[in-house]
Design a protein around this ligand. Sequence first.
Ligand code: M6R
Length: 364
Amino acid sequence: EKGNYRHYMQKEIFEQPTVVAQTLQSYVHRAQETVALPQIDFDLSTIKRVTIVACGTSFYAGMVAKYWFEQFARVPVDIDVASEFRYREPVLEDGGLALFISQSGETADTLAALRHCKQAGQTIGVVVNVPTSSMAREADLLLPTHAGPEIGVASTKAFTCQLAVLAALAAHLAVKKGHMSRDEEREVVGHLLEAPACLNAALDHDDDIASMAHLIAPARDVLYLGRGPDFPLALEGALKLKEISYIHAEGYASGEMKHGPIALIDDQVPVIVIAPSGPLFEKTVSNMEEVRARGGQIVLISDREGLDAAGEGCIATIEMPRVHPLIAPLVYAVPVQLLAYHTACVKGTDVDQPRNLAKSVTVE
Ligand code: M6R
């Protein structure tokens, strides 16, 4: 079933261009160049607030979506991990959409949070990969991802498919709320449809990434930095690395470095910087300088322009295609996944079945 791949995780990383295209097919009208949700009889224009709840990697997809929903649709977004959300007595006002994101659709805390929101009268949206799951059955607005079965415990293709759905949902919400013109929608659809080709271009760097894994494998601690919608990718990168290579890793918003974590930096700490060129790039470069001044070993993931501007002095660089900011989180997920994957391979850990972890966490 793994075909020519060594691990399910590797196979699933490489499936992303196909499954993201497959997922987009049901959220985008190619000919009309519009976003279209599968269940179009649902009026989203009255939604006043979105509450996102999820765990792990699905939570990070939700964090990216918060940037998009607020930026494009101007809808306030509240987001929490399910295990916190359930017990903090959240304020849920009428007219709210509670959005649950899950690969399995069975995660105990997320499911319990869903039921809580349902009782509180929220409209229940579910972004889920398993169409027969409990969460899928209990949704008012079912938004399936079409990633196909995900076997590797470390989530990869489910994540990028979740992002594809969430980007389409953000655009749809923006149109419904009158914050996105027909021309802007057309443009967004165009960029979404570029995603599969850009994911392929990112995958072309597999060999380069494999050859730099030996730089990461001996580390005790690794930091990941990102800004804006790419900040959650720093968290996701750190989670992937710790899950499968057992290296301690943390993700930080680039600007938070100087508020504490910079104390950890020395020449033994690789710092992975996720920074597509664009309006936030310069700020991140100045954070990189702070790291470099303390001997930090930087791996910069950026496009040609970004690498030309700031690649010097890095221990390694990974070149991504130049992409629109909307699809950057999808595309930049690939190098982050591959870096964790190859590092785990160097360390010889059990990539698909890491110790202490289960694919689906059905206990609280
Ligand atoms: O099935 P779910 O998306 O609800 O699962 C949530 C988390 O358990 C999951 O993303 C977990 O963090 C993964 N092992 C991450 O790779």
